[in-house]
Ligand binder design. Structure first.
Ligand code: SAM
Length: 244
């Protein structure tokens, strides 16, 4: 892993071009950055995109690996200057990867359709931004259109209810499969497994919450960070639906 990144994980700070010491927070942790790098390296991905820049920790991890495959990385963050003092960009410049990233200081709902209309394609995506259901679903909607077959989308913060709910839905799409999790999918507790038996009751699907009938574990999304892989184009019928 990049020396600058190693130091950031050790000291939780870095010195920017203005000589200010920037104390980092909200970052993707070291083992999760390694998880992202592993996926990129194993699949030789070269066209990546990320939503949520902050101080640039995950961006640096991704771009370091993408660069090895002679690729480029797109980053979207509406608040890079307003909330993060431009320090994500600062870090990437200090690490020497400035020419390897393309940055959009926009909302994801503005930047993603623009990339789609330009005919851009990606093989790796990382979402680490807001935790709201509607925003994450819209992100996925566009990223799916932008993603190559065999491409992977990684979701951070899957313990947040809004994000978990999106994963409960899209992990059941016939053209996606759960690729991996970090940490690994937690097994359900005994009580949780027993609750699953309630689905045998008459009218269970009408009377009992979907979360009780279908466990996060059985969907393989019972983790903080989940990667899903697009295995084919979307062939769902117009009336396709699953309980989630
Ligand atoms: C948890 S931080 C990202 C941390 C970063 N991935 C890292 O590892 O250092 C979340 C980021 O999402 C950005 N963000 C929040 N809502 C957003 C939106 N709707 N569109 C784009 N970026 C957004 C915030 O400005 C913030 O930089």
């Amino acid at each position: 892993m990049n020396n600058i990144l190693e130091e950031i994980f050790e000291n939780k700070e870095f010195v920017n071009f203005e000589g200010q010491v920037i104390k980092i927070h909200s970052e993707t942790n070291k083992s999760q950055c390694e998880f992202l790098q592993q996926i990129i390296s194993q699949n030789k991905f070269s066209k990546s995109i990320e939503i949520g820049f902050a101080f640039g920790t995950s961006t640096l991890a991704i771009v370091e690996e993408i660069e090895k495959n002679k690729g480029k990385h797109v980053v979207i963050d509406k608040f890079q200057h307003s909330d993060w003092g431009g320090n994500g960009l600062n870090l990437i410049k200090a690490a020497g990867y400035e020419s390897k990233i393309e940055f959009f200081e926009q909302f994801c709902f503005e930047a993603l359709p623009k990339l789609m209309f330009e005919g851009r394609r990606f093989d790796f995506a990382y979402i680490d931004s807001t935790k709201q259901f509607d925003w994450i679903l819209v992100n996925f909607f566009y990223l799916d259109k932008l993603l190559e077959i065999n491409g992977v989308i990684v979701f951070d913060d899957v313990t947040f209810p809004g994000i978990r709910k999106v994963l409960r839905y899209i992990s059941q799409f016939p053209n996606y499969k759960v690729y991996s999790q970090h940490p690994k999918n937690h097994k359900p507790s005994k009580a949780r497994s027993l609750a699953g038996l309630l689905k045998l009751l008459p009218l269970a699907d009408k009377l009992i919450k979907d979360e009780i009938l279908i466990s996060d574990s059985s969907l393989q999304i019972n983790s903080g960070c989940v990667a899903i892989k697009k295995i084919s184009e979307d062939t769902r019928n117009w009336d396709w639906h699953v309980s989630f």
